[in-house]
Design a binder for this molecule. Sequence first.
Ligand code: FES
Length: 544
Amino acid sequence: MGFDTDDFKEKPTIGILNTWSEVNNCHTHFRDRAEEVKRGVWQAGGFPLEVPVMSLSESFMKPTSMVYRNLLALETEETIRCYPFDAVVLMGGCDKTVPALIMGATSANVPAIFLPSGPMLKGCWKGETLGSGTDMWKYWAEKQAGNLCDDSWAQLEDGIARSAGHCMTMGTASTMTAIAEAIGLCLPGSTSIPAVHSTHSRMASAVGRQIVELAWDQVTPQSILTAEAFRNGIVTDMALGGSTNAIIHLIAMAGRAGIKLTLEDFDKISQELSVIANIRPCGEYVMEDFYDAGGILALLKQVKSHLTLDCLTVSGKTLGENLEDGEVINDDVIRPLDKPVGKAGGTFVLRGNLAPDGAVIKPTAAEERLMNHRGQAAVFADYGDMKARIDDPEAGLTADHIIVLQHAGPIGAPGIPEWGMLPIPKYLLEQGVRDMLRISDARMSGTSYGACVLHVSPESAIGGPLALVRDGDYIEVDIESRKLHLDVSDEELAARKAEWKPRETTFSRGYGKLYAEEITQAHEGCDFRFLHGDGSEMVEPKIY
Ligand code: FES
């Protein structure tokens, strides 16, 4: 493409950071959308330039896309800094792309609008709606239990992902894009629009027009991302019954804006507000239904009394002004505050001698009987150990056992993968068991469900108490009082700690080595920090 250098002088230059990739099915429509953004930029008198940035594909990346969130954040920041952009459009949607692009753009601090990829169409199998991830986990359990044949499984695979777009349950993508809108970085209502809806194309051109306005006015992310804006993000997360991953990402995003969030900030709002979005995995519907029911603007209007409405957004208006058009069309999908989906809030924070620095659980996605439970631990030293032994009937686990997975955190796995919905033993599935208490320092997909205690901190790979749990130890979990207790004496734990030894790290070179050497689990919300070997924080690279 040729262009005149005068274009740089006379028009705002708009960088379009595109995470399109053939290997990321959530963004396969982004080539078209980038052209539609450009059309809007030209219409408003700007000069668009598209730049590819790393596409973090949740489905295909190894060992986990989480390792690469910070790499994309670094790439985003440096791409914005090194090119002569007056403003940028951030094109993302698949889980980690959302926080990564926002983190990088916040640090670079040039005007930015986030353009969400939008959820894919709802899945379908034999007349039944299928939800991304959630229904695969559900039917996988049925297959393991011997209730589903291979042909049916193949039909389910064919029917569950029927278009471009991100996962259409309330997974991490739907959660994080909604939060991106609530904190002020998206055009009003844009995050609920299905990826292949014609409105999505019109929205892309509107983003192109609006980013030129922001470039002229120099409205930057840091002028939008205040402490109140992030609080609005947490309220949105809780009302949606959002992914537990939102805690990790919001803490990192806020850190880039110089704002410190704690786990208690999340737990407090969770106690004030119950889930009102009736979306899987907490509820019944999927994102296409949510859009038709009024979408994010309708939901935010329902929780208006919990929001700070005078926060500025990229529309040029306040959040409160953006919500004026919000309307609930179907109040079974977007419930009123006095008729929530469950009596519990979105995400609870647990503490105790097993997680002195915190752990999380999504109670609305778990069986009620496990919310106050004492059981014996069945411990797996790592993921390989769990895969090798979990289905062995000789172990004799019952539905009351608590499955514990070690070495699944940022350093241990590495990269804190989404292993936290630990598998229920096949022989228990055959007996009809569908939920058990499970504890790990891993994350869990937002599409997952079950009584899974996650992000246990400090993680086991650095000698956190989770590393000291042994088969047969009793563990108590009381969700109401936020308690996670290992019933082993302090003296015995100290003796076990004295015997404990760290493992070798996995990576020998490249970004993986940097990650392994410099990233640890932060104490507030399991965010990552780059550290020097002596434990002091590095000045560069600045992760948040
Ligand atoms: Fe991309 Fe779920 S795989 S959002």
